[in-house]
Design a protein around this ligand. Structure first.
Ligand SMILES: [Zn+2]
Length: 229
């Protein structure tokens, strides 16, 4: 096996440790719960803004309907005073009043609903903010520890790859960078049945000859480095 490949394989083990540490940090329960709480804060705040706008519209409507009721009551009073013979007109006012009053009751009911939703959303923001406040230090402590370990591993990786062929190392780093959140190896052996161990696709003859000649080649399917085992 190519000496650079042997060294890079050792380095890859160190790199894998680094990736696992980073994954444990970002997918750890504290971080997941913090992300959830932060999302709740964002969603609830958006909800509160909408509820505020809804409440304002309802209040405007309430005032509008109240005003019409006052006007209609004045008309009823007038009709009463004039002892209008037109009972039809009087009846119209009364039925109009009854419709308006049920509209007003409906608006009141909606205002109550919005007000209760507003309270709930406010409680959600407070609870989620408390959670973030309580748990952020734990996460930050975890992150600090991880950062220290990651830096040490990066140093080890640099040392282990000191004598690795520059082009191969650059390809390794590029392949690694392109697989964010993936801890699977990017330097993989060609299997006996000529498949890439990364994506399990058949490796075309042109690539297998390149692997035979140079010791390694890039997988056309997944971008990993396939080496001659
Ligand atoms: Zn592949």
């Amino acid at each position: 096996m190519n000496a650079s490949i042997t060294k890079l394989l050792t380095a890859q083990k160190i790199d894998h440790e680094r990736l696992v540490l980073l994954q444990a940090l970002t997918k750890g329960s504290v971080k997941v719960e913090l992300d959830k709480a932060n999302q709740t804060i964002v969603d609830s705040k958006k909800n509160l803004l909408q509820l505020e706008a809804d409440a304002k519209n309802l209040k405007d409507n309430y005032e509008k309907v109240s005003k019409i009721i006052t006007e209609t009551l004045a008309l009823v009073k007038q009709a009463n005073q004039a002892q209008s013979q037109d009972m039809g007109e009087y009846g119209d006012y009364l039925s109009k009043l009854s419709i308006l009053e049920s509209q007003l009751a409906d608006i009141e009911r909606k205002i109550m609903e919005k007000s209760s939703a507003f309270k709930n959303a406010t409680v959600s923001v407070v609870k989620a903010s408390d959670f973030v406040k309580k748990n952020l230090p734990t996460y930050e402590q975890q992150k600090q520890q991880t950062d220290v370990q990651v830096k040490a591993l990066e140093k080890q990786f640099a040392e282990a790859t000191n004598e690795v062929d520059e082009k191969l190392l650059a390809k390794y780093k590029a392949a690694r960078k392109s697989k964010v959140g993936d801890v699977k190896d990017v330097l993989v052996p060609l299997t006996a049945d000529r498949r890439c161990q990364g994506c399990y696709m058949d490796v075309p003859a042109a690539i297998t000859s390149k692997i035979s000649a140079d010791g390694w080649a890039l997988c056309e399917e997944c971008g990993r480095i396939i080496y001659k085992a």
